[in-house]
Write a protein that binds this ligand. Structure first.
Ligand SMILES: [Zn+2]
Length: 207
């Protein structure tokens, strides 16, 4: 049995490949057919935007509201270019990095939260901000783990962990494991990716 298999091994592989290709083609055909059905056909941009993500909403006063499923913010390069300045576009959409000590927030010590400059998603709180001495705003945790994503970044000949906004994929910066307690993490962010919202003083009315 094995002898005969070995004897026709090459032919078997070819046949198997042919079978696989046929299967893949058939599968692709099903997918194409599905997409062509009128009620499932949507504009290209809308298809990309239909992906849902889970984030935690926060009020401008920093109050945690609720966990929600929202449609991912998807825009074309031209749309982002219209919305953002050239520098912010380069950092958030092309993963550039601002110069140390050049940004707006590395030395900011006010109470408040930091939202995504692109989509407004809440990202960090002043409660976890610390002075890292690097010239970039640094935090030991995101405001909610759901609100940021991390991915391996092997650019510039070194392996780092890039951090992006869950809701719109904006590049925010990188996270390192040399941060302070309690997490030991240092989220090293670009000021340009963030929009600071000062904490509102809430005055409770007495009944
Ligand atoms: Zn965003």
């Amino acid at each position: 049995m094995f002898d005969s298999d070995l004897g026709t091994g090459e032919g078997s592989v070819v046949r198997r490949r042919a079978f696989l290709l046929t299967s893949v083609s058939a599968f692709a055909g099903v997918v194409l057919w599905s997409l062509r059905r009128p009620r499932l056909v949507q504009a290209k941009a809308e298809r990309g935007a239909s992906k849902e993500v889970t984030i935690v909403e926060f009020s401008d006063s920093g109050e945690r509201l609720k966990t929600v499923h929202v449609r991912k913010v998807v825009k074309t390069e031209n749309e982002w270019r219209k919305q953002l300045s050239q520098g912010v576009f380069a950092i958030t959409r092309q993963a550039d990095t601002e110069f140390a000590y050049s940004g707006e927030y590395w030395n900011l010590h006010e109470n408040g939260l930091y939202r995504c400059i692109c989509c407004g998603n809440a990202l960090f709180s002043s409660d976890t901000k610390f002075d890292s001495g690097t010239g970039w705003p640094s935090f030991w945790a995101p405001i909610a783990p759901e609100n940021v994503r991390t991915m391996r970044d092997a650019s510039f000949g070194t392996v780092r962990t890039a951090v992006s906004c869950t809701e719109c994929d904006a590049h925010l910066g990188h996270v390192f494991d040399d941060g302070p307690d309690p997490t030991g993490l240092r989220y090293c962010m670009n000021s340009a990716s963030l929009r600071f919202v000062a904490r509102q003083m809430t005055v409770k009315s007495s009944k």
